[in-house]
Ligand binder design. Structure first.
Ligand code: FEO
Length: 171
């Protein structure tokens, strides 16, 4: 079981993960609209991953005998500027999520909730990977600058990203 305070904090993260999904879906739409199909694929995979993150929180809250409550999700922006700007915004958002996950770990520690601390470790590791991926793509985009050929090359690379659904029992 988890405390009401812990359940409330986890519910709030569930909303943040759903907003993340919504944000990346909007970015995927914008990239498609701009003719960047590979980037659109990358953001669509990101959207799918965020939905699995949201469902991890949803399932965990319910498994602890609490109610997974859905809050309102704000509308994401409709325009995102250049591809570099899109990934800079992605990194900023992921830093915000990392901070939020760290705060959750602190709540779990203060509540002496070891089960939730273990549950959250997956997200701590995931955030390292997410920020790392974003930093790598940003570096490449900074290298190519305004080169159309360079941008198309990166777009082609982003087209190769594949969504891997979590194995049964890991969601
Ligand atoms: Fe759910 Fe991008 O962290």
């Amino acid at each position: 079981m988890i405390t009401k305070k812990m359940a409330q904090a986890l519910n709030s993260q569930l909303d943040k993960e759903l907003y993340s999904a919504y944000l990346y879906l909007a970015m995927s739409s914008f990239a498609t609209y701009k003719g960047l199909k590979g980037s659109a694929n990358w953001f669509m995979v990101q959207y799918q991953e965020e939905m699995t993150h949201a469902m991890k929180f949803y399932d965990y809250i319910l498994s602890q005998g609490e109610h997974a409550q859905l809050g309102s999700i704000a509308a994401p922006p409709a325009e995102f500027g250049s591809l570099l700007m899109m990934f800079e915004q992605t990194l900023e958002h992921e830093k915000f999520i990392t901070k939020s996950i760290n705060e959750l770990v602190e709540v779990a520690m203060s509540e002496k909730d070891h089960a939730t601390q273990i549950f959250l470790q997956w997200f701590v590791t995931e955030q390292i990977e997410e920020e790392g991926n974003d930093n790598e793509i940003i570096s490449k985009l900074q290298l190519v600058g305004d080169s159309g050929a360079g941008l198309l090359m990166i777009d082609a690379e982003l087209a190769t990203r594949i969504f891997t659904p979590p194995a049964a029992g890991q969601m």
